[in-house]
Design a binder for this molecule. Sequence first.
Ligand code: SF4
Ligand code: SF4
Length: 286
Amino acid sequence: MKEDIIKYAASRGADITGFASVDRWPQYNEIPPEFWPASLWSMAKTVIVMGMQMPLPIVDTTPSILHRETYETSNRELDSLAYGLTRYLNRAGHASMFFTRDGYGSIKNIIEKPYAAFSHTFAAKYAGLGTVSRSHNLLTPEFGSRVRLVSVFTAAELEPDQVMEKDLCINCMMCVKCCPAGVLKKEADTDGYYFKFDVAGCARWHEELTRRRAYPCGICTKVCPVGEDRGLYQERGMSKKYQSEMKAIENDIDSPEYRSWNHFRKYGSWAIKNGKIFDFNAGGEK
Ligand code: SF4
Ligand code: SF4
């Protein structure tokens, strides 16, 4: 059955697929019990997590029309994949349901309640797809954090995949240095591992990007050096370019080094507002 599921998922666009038994949640005990799959649906025995990559050259342009549309497409594809797999498993006699790719409802909602109803990030960790980084993103060997996720809960007991032991986050702090809203802090959180993260501050920046029709941000996923996709796109050693971007564009919005990225910010959205990109208070309507 597991092989059939992997084939099904791959044939419908999943780039990565992993399996977690529901006892991984209490075993690791990193999330409040009300968010554990067994609390959300008593029949759940296995969580199947599937991921689709966000192509690096598109993520490089964020915030932009190109990034926004690809994000929206990945949302539709992921939901369709999970909906299809759920029905495929039901037809095979294994009661199943799925949890849609985003569970926070709206930006306003996340400012008030900074939790999604279910964490695909931790589900993916427990399904052996990657590790949770200091920036709170899932890091995978294939795509770093440039991957989007969806989870199917099933009553079928399937062999779980091994959880990755080696931490993929190299603590380079690129995500902290490049976060335009300054909401990731270099200080460790109370647990000593994660960077301090102001979720509401991140959501407020997303609210502004929504007004500019250039949602979401995702700079922390763009600049992370982890991921084999960097080899495919010949984009290793980009730290200097990423770190200089904000200043260079502030000095010259048409800075030649960033011209191709800015093209997708100039057209199709208001990502560039009053000649500024990463400035929350750029003011005015456009
Ligand atoms: S999504 Fe953007 S604002 Fe939020 S933490 Fe990542 S870089 Fe910072
Ligand atoms: S950018 Fe560096 S510190 Fe941030 S998640 Fe990636 S590897 Fe970890």
